[in-house]
Design a protein around this ligand. Sequence first.
Ligand SMILES: Nc1ncnc2c1ncn2[C@@H]1O[C@H](COP(=O)(O)OP(=O)(O)OP(=O)(O)O)[C@@H](O)[C@H]1O
Ligand SMILES: [Mg+2]
Length: 303
Amino acid sequence: MTDKTTGTDGAARTDTPAGEDRPLVELRSAGKSYGNIRALHGVDLTVHPGKVTCVLGDNGAGKSTLIKIVSGLHQHTEGEFLVDGAPVRFSTPREALDKGIATVYQDLAVVPLMPVWRNFFLGSEMTKGPWPLRRLDIERMKKTADEELRNMGIVLDDLEQPIGTLSGGQRQCVAIARAVYFGARVLILDEPTAALGVKQSGVVLKYIALARDRGLGVIFITHNPHHAYMVGDHFNVLRLGTLELSADRSEVSLEELTNHMAGGAELAALKHELAQVRGVDTEGLPEAGDLRAATAATPEGKS
Ligand SMILES: Nc1ncnc2c1ncn2[C@@H]1O[C@H](COP(=O)(O)OP(=O)(O)OP(=O)(O)O)[C@@H](O)[C@H]1O
Ligand SMILES: [Mg+2]
């Protein structure tokens, strides 16, 4: 993105010629088989700081498999996985977290009856006093959670309220703020807007943009091309475990992306058959030819 020519000395630039634009995370021809089921094959993915990389795809396309590799839940069985340019193979999510890769799962790992501030620190509680008298530093946790949420512009009336009483969107926002606070460099969001209405989705998209502006590399998994297009810098569409499309924002329009996601190619192929069915309006479906330009994924400008 913008070149950060900080200060007067160009040391940083000359020292690390490739460093500035080095991806935080990179998959090269990566794949994953579960026994003899090949869930993912030949997938390339790059995540840059300050960019939102979207992963779209239908059910069973391999989205979760992809993020499970990056988040350390599963290991790839093909290709390469690099973090900061070095090959890695995580055996636990903890190892991914130690490298600054944080994942916000759709079924957020929160304890609904516990207060917001307590959930904010869940698993990484602040303590005070020497062992064996160590105890939770409740005051400091409350204060910090309050500050951090405010920093991200998330205003909640009362941090004492059980997190289960927040809306789905608010909970996603708390989870994003939490990941930012705990020093994430890469933030993986698995369908954060899937269960949300229009307004709440908008709020979550705002925080995705905010995390991006703070320099995090965001991987945004979604079914919704409109949501993806609102914040995305790069779009990957998975289909049956392989990349059907990998395009920068400048290379693909929202319409093309929507057609891909709507299963445009399949629907176009089915158009003739669907037209025979009463009550199915195929008027607006794309022709197979409409999609080819985008499928090629080659930056040939407009065609
Ligand atoms: N643990 C597993 N063992 C065997 N097969 C699996 C396993 N996990 C996923 N698969 C298979 O891999 C393929 C990709 O699944 P995955 O969950 O990655 O898709 P997805 O894009 O996340 O789908 P959804 O949108 O439904 O969440 C599917 O065919 C699925 O059945
Ligand atoms: Mg999934």
